[in-house]
Write a protein that binds this ligand. Structure first.
Ligand SMILES: [Zn+2]
Ligand SMILES: [Zn+2]
Length: 249
């Protein structure tokens, strides 16, 4: 199974990173649609595209406006966008307001709620609520082969036993790590994660591979000393995401 990293920054684009957007080509599923979503382009050669939206902050949805290429030129026959009702409403009313965007988007909008469980093709999908301004969703994807992916971004990091049980033994845990430990106070104030908090979450859920994402675009990467700290504490393979990276899991 492959995960393509189209955008790995939080907040805004930088010279080396676009904002949050990931794609699972074998299943036609995208995780968020930030500014990196334009990279979907030619790699979209599947009948349907399902986009799981964590929340409606711009760094996760801006790229929905880049979908016109795919829908107009029929690179895909069906686009489905999944998210909480009030977030989808905000996107449709504001991002796709005729004064902001010139054409209606040919897509199905699917409202989901915290705790829902549904199927996309042969993939079981479920979601949990997370602590973040306005709230966000964590997603868990389970394939019939037994592969499991968990995506947690824009969260202060859920260290509860319930979350550990829900996310246990993922082949790939994608977790945001916007702040180093020195800025943990800021992380809590803005609803984001810091290195030691990510370590705590990963110790609970015990993933095989941990991909650190939603990085601060003002820095080139997470400081090497912070990554080393995580590697010392975890059995998991720890990878810092970068745009264009293809992760095998
Ligand atoms: Zn974000
Ligand atoms: Zn956010």
């Amino acid at each position: 199974m492959q995960l393509h990293c189209f955008g790995t920054a939080g907040y805004h684009s930088s010279e080396s990173r676009h904002t949050s957007s990931y794609y699972l080509p074998e299943s036609g599923i995208a995780l968020d649609a930030g500014s990196g979503f334009f990279r979907l382009g030619e790699s979209l050669k599947i009948d349907s595209l399902d986009i799981l939206i964590t929340h409606a902050h711009l760094d996760h949805i801006l790229g929905l406006t880049y979908l016109l290429d795919a829908t107009l030129f029929k690179r895909t026959t069906c686009v489905r966008i999944w998210g909480e009702a009030e977030k989808l409403r905000a996107i449709r009313d504001h991002l796709f307001h005729p004064l902001l965007f010139p054409a209606p988007l040919d897509a199905e909008w699917h409202e989901i709620s915290v705790g829902d469980h549904w199927k996309i093709g042969d993939v079981d999908v479920t979601c949990r609520g997370q602590q973040h301004p306005g709230g966000s969703l964590a997603y868990r994807l389970d394939w019939p082969t037994g592969k499991r992916l968990v995506y947690c971004t824009d969260t202060t990091g859920d260290t509860s036993q319930v979350h550990a049980d829900w996310s246990r033994h993922a082949d790939l845990l994608i977790h945001e790590c916007y702040f180093p430990d020195s800025n943990s106070q800021w992380a809590e104030t803005t609803g984001h994660s810091w290195t030691s908090r990510v370590a705590e979450v990963a110790k609970g859920s015990q993933p095989k591979q941990l991909l650190l994402t939603h990085l601060n675009p003002s820095e080139e990467s997470l400081p090497e000393s912070e990554v080393a700290k995580l590697r010392q504490q975890l059995d998991a393979e720890v990878v810092v995401a970068s745009d264009h990276l293809c992760v095998e899991f």
